[in-house]
Design a binder for this molecule. Structure first.
Ligand SMILES: NC(=O)CC[C@H](N)C(=O)O
Length: 258
């Protein structure tokens, strides 16, 4: 099974190394016709505006959209999540082209600037149930995006709880109040929709290969036509599901870590 890794910019080498640790071959993808040779694709983290400009320059968008549409598995990490989203806010002036396919809205720099990058252990029940191991995963969030809302076919795989007083935007987040604690807002940081997987953090920058293994299993299931755990899964979408055109689009950052 050969996995393509979009290699225009960002952490594609790290993804290929993580795949190698699982005994899987990852190949760099820079041209549209190379997509014909792979059964699945990873779009790495990096800088989504730059990556989009390069993809546009190499006329890759039509082929990437076709790849998504044919139902082949695609996993976007961080900037890759932004690429896969149907809707994005917090974009640079003039916006940027998206591949789309994933019915959600992302905020490009939800957690703030590069300086507000952080690591945190996040609960990953679906990952643990498939892959075993710890019930948490070390999330590396580098100028990370977050998912603001999801459509009905999207399964939420992980949240990151942040104190509500630090979140300025909460279209689809849920507030949880524990006794004697500040209310928390659960921010969506990992999602799945049929053939599409997306994480706001960078599993390829950790030694934990469970997300890569999860993606390989997802690929196998889809190839065998036996997938569909996601299509029939419970949807965890809380609050409004879409941004109305009249709704003010918040500028960045919308989360402050201090
Ligand atoms: N680490 C990342 O991939 C950061 C993505 C970044 N927020 C962007 O807009 O592209």
């Amino acid at each position: 099974m050969t996995v393509g890794v979009l290699a225009l910019q960002g952490s594609f080498n790290e993804h290929i190394a993580a795949l190698r640790r699982l005994g899987v071959q990852g190949v760099e993808i820079r041209k549209a016709d190379q997509l014909l040779t792979v059964s699945s694709l990873i779009i790495p983290g990096g800088e989504s505006t730059t990556m989009a400009k390069l993809a546009e320059y190499h006329n890759l968008f039509p082929a990437l959209r076709e790849f998504v549409k044919t139902g082949k598995p695609v996993w976007g990490t961080c900037a890759g999540l932004i690429f896969l989203a149907d809707r994005a806010v917090g974009q640079k002036e003039g916006g940027q082209e998206l591949v789309g396919g994933l019915d959600c809205t992302v905020h490009r720099n939800f957690f703030g600037s590069q300086l507000q990058s952080f690591e945190a252990d996040i609960l990953v029940p679906q990952l643990t149930s498939k892959e075993g191991g710890s019930e948490t995963f070390r999330g590396v969030f580098i100028r990370a995006p977050a998912v603001l809302d999801v459509g009905p076919d999207v399964e939420v795989l992980a949240h990151y709880p942040v104190p509500s007083n630090k979140v300025l935007y909460s279209s689809s987040t849920v507030q949880i109040q524990e006794e004697d604690a500040l209310p928390e807002t659960k921010v969506i940081v990992a999602v799945k929709q049929r053939n599409l997987l997306a994480t706001a953090f960078h599993p390829e920058l950790t030694a934990d290969t469970r997300w890569h293994s999860y993606f390989m299993k997802m690929t196998k299931e889809i190839e065998q036509g036996a997938s569909s755990s996601s299509s029939s899964s419970t949807i965890v979408s809380i609050g409004e599901t879409s941004l109305g055109p009249e709704q003010a689009k918040p500028d960045l950052p919308i989360y402050f870590s201090n």
